[in-house]
Ligand binder design. Structure first.
Ligand SMILES: Cc1cc2nc3c(=O)[nH]c(=O)nc-3n(C[C@H](O)[C@H](O)[C@H](O)COP(=O)(O)OP(=O)(O)OC[C@H]3O[C@@H](n4cnc5c(N)ncnc54)[C@H](O)[C@@H]3O)c2cc1C
Length: 387
């Protein structure tokens, strides 16, 4: 602590999807907040860019996420209201695959356990309602009305603007080099200075393995690609009032997912392979998308969404920070009760950013939260690692 008196209640390291929401919620709770981001605000070098992120409730990953999702929806509406920005578009969503696939069976389990509204569609019904989709016989889908998409860059901006309006200090293009914590508080050293606070929230996205190296968390950072295609017959069948978000699991267990057409660049319709990435380092990751990757994307859509298999308009690279069980890491730092750590990713974290802001603020101020986060215990890998 170097004998300095804390200037801030909470310092937040990393202002991407999660850190920006934490800054907003902490400022709302009257905290003196300093948020520090190494890149520009709402940049495209981490995990929270690419114009759209799926949000859905019939969660195939685990029913334990559903209560968090219900609160996430409320808080997305709250930040939309507070910021005066449109962030969440409801389109309905399809979880498509063989009936016993993880995508379909898992979504059904969550929907039933939590009494969510859904419809089950067979292949003929899917084609009738969404003519762009060509499922094979035997493929079914769970359709949920409340699914849709969020705009990640606009969400980061909205949270940070509202945080600043509530008095949070936001520093961009300033890298945190080291942090220390003891019972008196926390000290953060950056490329520009040193700051002292009561508590720390660490939300570094793909840089988590670096900033949390002391914990030896089993995180793998993976390079992923996103693609935009121009549909061959025009955009009509892909407009958001008639085309849903979807996650499609094929017979071999591959998952791909996509969105309706969105206004603005790069135009066309976005689609991506889920969890098809290679391990990478966030500072040296290859940001060029290669022809073989475009070909792999085309192979997934060619027979299933043939109209989408037109000109390839654009692609970007994004990173997942993945745990072995694909659940998040969120909790108090095991050695420092005044430090909160969060890696809500494994490729599916963005939709939770709004409620994560609330959870991380609860943990920082109260040391606990009413939200169910047991699944995300940072210590759950210890036993396995020791064995
Ligand atoms: C291709 C792709 C598709 C996805 N699709 C979905 C989806 O459809 N639905 C969904 O819910 N989720 C999805 N996700 C996952 C979701 O986007 C992530 O879970 C989420 O963006 C993680 O947010 P974050 O705040 O942890 O990381 P980031 O947004 O990357 O934020 C971390 C920030 O910390 C900063 N930082 C790091 N180190 C330092 C330092 N030393 N000093 C200062 N600042 C630092 C970084 O610059 C960065 O801005 C997708 C992710 C990708 C990549």
């Amino acid at each position: 602590m170097h004998g300095m008196k804390p200037t801030y209640d909470i310092i937040i390291i990393g202002l991407g999807g999660m850190g920006s929401a934490a800054a907003y919620h902490a400022a709302r709770r009257g905290q003196r907040v300093l948020g520090i981001e190494r890149h520009t605000l709402a940049h495209t070098l981490g995990s929270s860019h690419g114009r759209s992120r799926i949000i859905r409730q019939a969660y195939f990953e685990d029913p334990a996420y559903v209560p968090l999702l219900l609160r996430a929806y409320e808080l997305w509406r709250q930040i939309e209201h507070d910021s005066g920005t449109h962030l969440l578009t409801i389109t309905g969503g399809l979880m498509i695959g063989p009936p016993d696939s993880h995508t379909v069976a898992g979504a059904l389990r969550s929907a039933r356990e939590h009494g969510l509204e859904y419809e089950l569609l067979d292949a003929a019904a899917i084609r009738r309602r969404f003519p762009a989709l060509h499922p094979t016989e035997g493929t079914i889908a769970l359709y949920e009305h409340q699914a849709g998409f969020l705009c990640p860059e606009a969400s980061v901006t909205a949270h940070l603007q509202c945080a600043a309006a509530l008095g949070a200090e936001i520093h961009a293009e300033e890298a945190v080099l080291t942090w220390e914590a003891d019972t008196a508080g926390v000290t953060v050293t950056t490329s520009r200075g040193r700051y002292v606070a009561e508590r720390l929230i660490i939300t570094p996205g793909p840089w988590a393995p670096r900033l949390l190296a002391d914990l030896g968390l089993p995180l793998v950072v993976e390079r992923q690609t996103l693609h935009w295609f121009a549909p061959t017959g025009g955009l009509e069948p892909f407009l958001p009032d008639r085309f849903p978000i979807y996650i499609w699991e094929t017979e071999d267990g591959t998952q791909f997912y996509g969105f309706p057409h969105q206004e603005g660049p790069p135009g066309g319709v976005k689609v991506a392979l889920f969890r098809a990435g290679e391990p990478c380092d966030p500072d040296t990751v290859d940001r060029v998308v290669h022809p073989a990757e475009i070909a792999a994307m085309r192979a997934a859509i060619a027979d299933r969404i043939p109209a989408l298999n037109g000109n390839h308009l654009a692609a970007v690279v994004c990173m997942y920070t993945t745990t072995p069980d694909q659940h998040f890491i969120v909790g108090l730092h095991p050695q420092h009760p005044n430090v909160v750590i969060a890696s809500p990713c494994s490729g599916h974290g963005f939709k939770f950013a709004s409620v994560m802001g609330e959870i991380l603020t609860d943990l920082a101020i109260d040391g606990t939260t009413r939200h169910p986060i047991r699944l995300f215990d940072p210590l759950r890998f210890r036993a396995q690692q020791a064995g």
